[in-house]
Write a protein that binds this ligand. Structure first.
Ligand code: NAI
Ligand code: MG
Length: 333
């Protein structure tokens, strides 16, 4: 039995986490949930964005499933996601994007796994504003160590999952120092995994290639901001943010979460699509070594997605969140 920290989150978070819990219970997945919230909800109740009890739970269990969190807009509020990633050195942001039968998209045959560096780059929080001169500087901090870790993780993943190619997306032609560190790190990792093909592409060309011929890509590795943008682009190739999973992984902890936000426009209506969070939860099962449970639920999910009448509104169907979850449960074999 695995104990998992469950962070329901804000907005549609509680609705979609409930759906995942129901599906896991029906499939008798050997997990028990330890619920600890964070975000707007806890802030309104207790004045704490990230309660200490949540941090203790994370440190005890080392694995979490997290719903989307609303970061209150205003001075002094740092994104909870960025905070957790940096505090626990969750340096890999894993974002798979695969076309699935039944999910509307312009493309077919896309099967990309993106590794985004998750703690450095333009997200390092190093900014200064020189008010008299009206100039803001945001530092794109890249370390040799951080670059090596993310590149090595991408190649190790490719080797472990029988993937053939790793593509580095970068801007080393302009970022002569920061860009080059990442390029050197990728070359170094590629020498360690000679069976995996390696190529590098300049980020702007990469975007063009991704929207014209996405089937050519396999595993992609890149820095934090490029990864943020590319991962949404990749989500768009396979049906949008409602269907893609995400994971923040470090050497000692992993937090699994959907890529989308708390969707305040539909929160409380019971119509959100739980697919993205469910797929994140399936990544979590693989991480825990529970591949058979993950495969069984994935088959049921894909069966559900093939039938529009079993799907939620964002996919053109009539189902509520709870009905969708029940359809997945009915499709368990
Ligand atoms: P959003 O992803 O919440 O919503 C964008 C659009 O997609 C909305 O129309 C929404 O209804 C729809 N949508 C999103 N998820 C859906 C689902 N599962 N099923 C059906 N439709 C879905 O992005 P937005 O509006 O920019 O952000 C809202 C809040 O979420 C903000 O406070 C933001 O900071 C936070 N956020 C949190 C993230 C996280 O915790 N990982 C990630 C992104 C945003
Ligand atoms: Mg993003």
């Amino acid at each position: 039995m695995h104990t998992i920290t469950l962070i329901p989150g804000d907005g549609i978070g509680p609705e979609i986490t409930r759906a995942v819990q129901d599906i896991f219970a029906a499939a008798q997945v050997p997990v028990q949930w330890e619920e600890q919230n964070a975000g707007q909800t806890t802030y309104d109740q207790s004045g704490e964005l990230i309660p200490q009890a949540l941090l203790e739970s994370l440190e005890r269990n080392c694995v979490a499933l997290k719903g989307p969190i609303t970061t209150p807009v205003g001075k002094g509020f740092r994104s909870i996601n960025v905070t957790l990633r940096q505090k626990y050195d969750l340096y890999q942001n894993l974002r798979p994007a695969k076309t699935t039968e039944g999910v509307p998209t312009r493309y077919s045959g896309v099967d990309i796994v993106l590794f985004r560096e998750n703690t450095e780059g333009l997200y390092s929080g190093l900014e200064v504003y020189d008010e008299p001169r009206g100039i803001a500087d945001s530092f794109n901090r890249i370390s040799v160590e951080g670059s090596r870790k993310i590149c090595r993780a991408a190649f190790a993943y490719a080797a472990k999952h029988g993937r053939k190619k790793v593509t580095l997306a970068h801007k080393a032609n302009i970022l002569k120092m920061a860009g080059k560190l990442m390029l050197d790190a990728a070359l170094e990792a590629s020498r360690e995994f000679p069976q995996i093909q390696f190529e590098d592409k300049i980020i702007d060309n990469m975007c063009m290639q991704l929207v014209t011929k996405p089937e050519q890509f396999d595993v992609i590795v890149t820095t934090n901001l490029f990864g943020d943008i590319l991962s949404d682009l990749c989500a768009g190739l396979v049906g949008g943010l409602g269907v893609v999973a995400g994971a923040n992984i470090g050497d000692n902890m992993a937090i699994f979460e959907a890529v989308h936000g708390s969707a305040p426009d539909i929160a409380g209506k019971g119509i959100a699509n739980p697919t993205a969070l469910l797929r994140s939860a399936l990544l979590m099962l693989e991480h825990l070594g529970e591949k058979e449970y993950a495969a069984r639920i994935e088959t049921a999910l894909n069966e559900t997605l093939r039938h529009k009448e079993q799907c939620t509104g964002d996919l053109g169907g009539p189902a509520t969140t709870q009905q969708f979850a029940q359809n997945v449960i009915n499709n368990l074999r």
